[in-house]
Structure formats: structure tokens, C-alpha cells
Write a protein that binds this ligand. Structure first.
Ligand code: NAD
Length: 243
């Protein structure tokens, strides 16, 4: 039986490319999303062409019950989730003093509790199989810290902390837990930037350009593959040399 990879945020720029790449690498795909119906329909169309088995789930990663239902269904349909990619995330650019307590709660619920929820539902099956891969999408800002993205940066730093601790806890069960920290990637998340802002930012990047979602999917594909079986508790930064 083929292994199943569950990707959250699959309707978005990076998540769609990860789902496609893992489908092409031979995984069955459980594609989870929350918003962007157009994005998920486009992904489905592309997944159909790969010939991979797939199922789409609409669920809020911040809601443990909804995520539990997704994993229960994926166990029935695919026999369990072997690779979990925690990619769903939201960002917000605001001065720290302008961030409301409600906004703080939402961003931490999606970006950090969402990772906990998915890992919490995925780990029992992986432990029972003594095999599994968890790949968390953090951000270079979780390492470096972004002005006007304080809470976002903090949630992404928390994801790195969770990755390193969980990796050590699950290592005896042959489960690898790693993190990818992308730099500036050309997706809707950066849609608020004008072309001038983007060009100015690109000049600060040693490689002189934004990264592509495909380039992040390539790093994830390595971490999902058997080539990375001895790699755990790591943060792989893909930011064109910026940090
Ligand atoms: P995107 O906005 O294109 O996609 C975000 C995805 O997350 C969408 O599929 C959306 O449906 C999903 N999502 C949002 N809230 C959700 C919720 N409550 N439950 C379930 N899914 C939810 O963004 P992207 O650029 O593809 O970002 C993907 C990941 O990469 C995010 O975690 C982001 O923080 C991280 N990242 C992005 C960049 C960048 O420059 N684009 C840089 C560093 C890290």
C-alpha cells in the first residue's frame, strides 16, 4: 500500500506545491485546507493529472475535533498518515501595540496550536508503526524576528521549539520531526507588498530574488523521503542566503 502524506494549508501557494510534489513522488495525498475554494479546485485538477490517490478535507487546524475527524477518515481511506506536513499558517503586519488580544489568540491558534493539534492526532499511528515523518513549516522570521510581525514571528519560533523537542521524544520510535524555515516566497501571503516593495526587499536577499513555492516543496520532499531517515530535530532554512 502507498504511504499517505497529509498536508495542511493545501489550497495556498506553498501547500499546493508540496501536495503536488509528494503526489509525483508516489504518496497518496490528504489535502487539508480552510479557505480559498479556487486554490483547492486548481490543486485537485493538477492532482488528477498525477494519477495519485487523493482526498480533500476542509477543516480548521485550530479546532482539535475537526482535525481528529480528518485523521480518523484518512485512517479509513488511506490506512493512516505516514507523513504530516504542517504548512497552514496566517500572517499579519501590524505594530505590536496595535495587535488586539483577539488577533493574538487567532494567530497563535492557527500557527502554533494547529501544529500541536495535527501532531497530536498523527503521532499515535506513527508510534504504532514505528515509522513516520513530521515536517513543520516555520519561517526565517521565527529565527530572526520580523519588525511589525511580532506575534507571527513568535508562533514560528514556537514551531521550531516544538519540532526540536518532539523530535527527541519520538526518535526512539523511528519518527523524524524537522522544520523548514522559508524566507520570502512568492505567494498570496506576500500579496500585500507592492511591486516596488518586493523589488526593494529582493535587493536585500543575497540571491537577489524571492523564492518559489516549488523550491520549498523540494526541501519538504527530501524530508519526506527515505533519504532523510537519519535527519531529525533540524531546521532547514531556505531563504536565498538572507539570514
Ligand atoms: P498562503 O496564504 O498562500 O496559504 C496559507 C494556507 O493556510 C491556505 O491554504 C489556507 O487555507 C491555510 N489556512 C489558513 N488558516 C487556516 C486554518 N485555520 N486552518 C487550516 N488551514 C488554514 O500562504 P503560503 O505562503 O503558502 O504559506 C504557507 C506556510 O508557509 C505558512 O505557514 C507560512 O507562514 C509559511 N511561510 C510563508 C512564507 C512566504 O513568504 N510566503 C515565508 C515563510 C513561511
Amino acid at each position: 500500500m502507498k504511504k499517505c502524506a497529509l498536508i495542511t494549508g493545501a489550497s495556498g501557494g506553498i501547500g499546493s506545491e508540496i501536495a503536488l510534489r509528494l503526489a509525483n513522488d508516489g504518496f497518496c495525498i490528504a489535502a487539508c485546507y480552510y479557505s480559498d475554494e479556487k486554490g483547492i479546485l486548481e490543486l485537485e485538477e493538477k492532482l488528477r493529472h498525477t494519477g495519485a490517490e487523493y482526498k480533500v478535507y476542509k477543516a480548521d487546524v485550530s479546532d482539535h475535533e475537526q482535525i481528529k475527524d480528518v485523521f480518523t477518515d484518512a485512517a479509513e481511506v488511506f490506512g493512516g498518515v505516514s507523513v504530516l506536513v504542517n504548512n497552514a499558517g496566517i500572517a499579519q503586519q501590524k505594530l505590536f501595540t496595535d495587535i488586539t488580544p483577539e488577533e493574538f489568540d487567532r494567530i497563535t491558534a492557527v500557527n502554533f496550536k494547529g501544529v500541536y493539534n495535527c501532531c497530536h492526532c498523527a503521532v499515535p499511528f506513527m508510534v504504532s508503526r514505528k515509522s513516520g515523518k513530521i515536517i513543520n513549516i516555520s519561517s526565517m522570521w521565527g529565527i530572526y524576528g520580523a519588525s511589525c510581525e511580532t506575534v507571527y514571528s513568535a508562533t514560528k519560533a514556537a514551531v521550531i521549539g516544538l519540532t526540536k523537542a518532539l523530535a527527541r521524544e519520538l526518535a526512539p520510535s523511528n519518527i523524524q520531526v524537522n522544520c523548514v524555515a522559508p524566507g520570502a516566497i512568492d505567494t498570496k501571503m506576500n500579496g500585500n507588498l507592492s511591486n516596488e516593495d518586493k523589488a526593494a526587499f529582493a535587493q536585500e536577499i543575497p540571491m537577489g530574488r524571492f523564492g518559489t513555492a516549488k523550491e520549498i516543496a523540494g526541501v519538504v520532499a527530501f524530508l519526506a523521503s527515505e533519504d532523510s531517515n537519519y535527519v531529525t530535530a533540524q531546521v532547514i532554512t531556505a531563504d536565498g542566503g538572507l539570514t
